[in-house]
Ligand binder design. Sequence first.
Ligand SMILES: C[S@@+](CC[C@H](N)C(=O)[O-])C[C@H]1O[C@@H](n2cnc3c(N)ncnc32)[C@H](O)[C@@H]1O
Length: 235
Amino acid sequence: MPGLADRLVQPEILDGLAEKDPRAIAARRDLVLVNRLMFQQAIMARLLGDHVASPPRRILEIGAGDGSFMLGVARRLAPRWPGVELTLLDRADLVTPERRAAFVELGWRAKAVTADIFDWFRAAGDVRFDAVTANLFLHHFADADLARLLSKLRPIAPVFVAAEPRRTGFAHSASRLLWAVGAGEVARHDAPASVRAGFRGSELSALWPTKSDRLHERGAGLFTHVFAASRAEDE
Ligand SMILES: C[S@@+](CC[C@H](N)C(=O)[O-])C[C@H]1O[C@@H](n2cnc3c(N)ncnc32)[C@H](O)[C@@H]1O
């Protein structure tokens, strides 16, 4: 097994499976469990609350999956952030009408966009959001593509926040124990692969396009690495 000093981005099995493949369905169920074990929804809700100064109107989540992650975040935030228009972007078409209805019950409106993130940027034109979020998404990209992605994100929102796997020996060992909570073969492969592709120190800050923004990067909980970038007020 390679060491953890440097990032190692390798293909994850889930990314190569068709949306309706039973192994993909099982892996997405396991992803809900992984998010729960990592306290990702609470971490993301807090990150947004800490870095988005006034209640946002429009939020974009990139790599949103089936929207279940953001629904849990919305449940925490909707009481103080009513009426948010949420765009859930993922290259897989996974957001069901039932999921969209669950957002409506909270007073949020969720729109799903099915596109590869780079294709979307090429086609989207002059889009603007109050915040962009990413959960367990940035680690899919090697540094060069990630730097390209971050430079495209900066102009479209004043705040970007991300919660990603933390690349530590402890997180890697824990990720290899997912069998103990009944996770299937895809998650048992993809979880340690995600940790090896994860982040530590100020690796994301180093890839952010400008150092003049307010950058905040640290470990959160036992397994998570968080990043927030806020543009200067007058931009
Ligand atoms: C590990 S899942 C996380 C999903 C969701 N954020 C969550 O926490 O449940 C990563 C997601 O990124 C999506 N993805 C990977 N590469 C992508 C790309 N280039 N463009 C858009 N979505 C992508 C996958 O389809 C997958 O749904």
